[in-house]
Ligand binder design. Structure first.
Ligand code: TXA
Ligand code: MG
Length: 371
């Protein structure tokens, strides 16, 4: 490419970026249980015309586009700054919408559908030809979810399309559990945000690959291994989930290999017998070096810490509460401009596995032993 040509391309790109940044993002409050028909109709029309609409689901906010429209799906990747090899989940609002987008529905999948859909469970199927490569990142499988949130359901039904929707955050940031989080990341880059308040689960859906036998969990979430095993018997779990990905040992869901959920601060997890004392010692050293220190605590321990910003994620007795608050709290450390965050750890069983998976990723798998 000649220099002049390169300059012209750069200028065109700058203009395109400016237009993109100047886009006005409409934000509308919507009733969580009984979404207003006129607002849903307006949002559905934007989706039908190839636009991007962020909407609440029971897990996190999704950034929706027409899942059968390559150009619309490309806009999702651009708005999020998402690597193109990280495929999207197609969202449906009725079980009849599944068959046209998958090659077959294995028996185990049918049992999981009967038990957990609509709800926070995504399943990986062999894809049908109508699903564009932009959605699947070139894979021959497709991820499908039937959310239970009234706003998500109403929007997908009104649009009459499978809706591709990753979490509505900038790639790498914690997933958004409130409309404010979406606006902070994507204002000016998308057409509309439907504000349905805080989401209930707060962690992204469980992903289970039902194209293999036995089904394999690729991302832990609210629907646990134990819950699925009761319905289908054997369930495997991707062994790479709780370790730092390497070139030889990568999680099977492409998105799980990326750094994620990271506040701007350096996050460290602390485990062992005397976590509170250990964190207080570490905090003291960091403060002596002029660092602003945050602690991710629980209701049971928050009063025991001496740090600049101590935030509780909820009661240790209620893991679902911790799941619901985790991403908001991680984002609060950014708002408070902390330099270092020390975080307590949680059990690796039941819902704790999903919490620890996200926390380990936010910490880049750094763990300090308290003993
Ligand atoms: O709760 C959720 O699942 C939210 C809401 C909006 O529904 N969505 C969400 O999407 O978390 P996203 O894009 O942030 O995460 C989708 C994950 C990524 O890790 C991606 O790599 C994986 O699903 N995935 C998508 N298609 C896949 C496929 N065919 N095979 C394996 N993994 C896949
Ligand atoms: Mg995501």
């Amino acid at each position: 490419m000649t220099l002049v040509h390169a300059e012209a391309v750069k200028n065109t790109k700058n203009v395109a970026e400016q237009i993109c940044n100047q886009m006005k993002t409409m934000q509308k409050k919507v009733h969580t249980q009984y979404p207003e028909a006129d607002i849903i109709a307006q949002a559905a029309q934007i989706l039908q015309q190839g636009g991007l609409v962020a909407f609440p689901t029971e897990t996190v906010y999704g950034l929706g586009a027409n899942g059968l429209d390559e150009a619309a799906c490309k806009r999702i990747y651009e708005a999020k700054g998402r690597p193109s090899d990280n495929p999207l989940i197609l969202h449906i609002s009725h079980i009849d919408e599944l068959r046209p987008i998958v090659r077959d529905i294995p028996q185990a999948a049918q049992k999981l559908i009967d038990a957990f859909w609509p709800g926070p469970l995504t399943m990986i199927f062999q894809k049908a030809d109508c699903v564009p490569d932009t959605v699947t990142g070139g894979l021959d499988t497709v991820a499908v979810r039937f959310p239970s949130h009234s706003v998500a359901m109403a929007l997908i039904r009104k649009a009459g399309l499978p809706i591709a929707a990753p979490s509505a955050n900038t790639s790498g940031k914690p997933s958004p559990t409130r409309a404010e989080h979406v606006a902070l990341d994507l204002d000016g880059k998308i057409d509309m945000i439907l504000d349905g308040g805080a989401t209930t689960w707060g962690l992204e859906s469980t992903i289970v690959d039902v194209s293999v036998t036995p089904p394999m969990i690729l991302r832990p979430g609210a629907i646990t291994k134990e819950m699925m095993a009761q319905v289908v018997g054997d369930v495997d779990i991707d062994a790479a989930l709780l370790q730092k990905p390497t070139t030889d040992f990568r999680p099977k869901a492409p998105g799980m290999k990326y750094t994620h959920y990271a506040p701007k601060a350096d996050v460290f997890l602390v485990q062992g017998n005397d976590v509170v004392r250990c964190i207080n010692d570490l905090a003291k050293k960091q403060k002596a070096q002029g660092k602003k220190v945050g602690v991710l605590a629980t209701d049971q321990t928050k009063a025991k810490y001496h740090a600049d910003v101590v935030l509780s994620v909820g009661s240790r007795e209620k893991l679902e509460e911790i799941g619901a608050n985790l991403f908001h709290v991680l984002r609060q450390f950014d708002v408070c401009q902390t330099d270092v965050v020390y975080a307590e750890v949680f059990p690796l069983t039941g819902e704790g596995l999903a919490i620890m998976n996200r926390l380990q990723k936010s910490a880049g798998y750094r763990m300090i032993e308290a003993d």
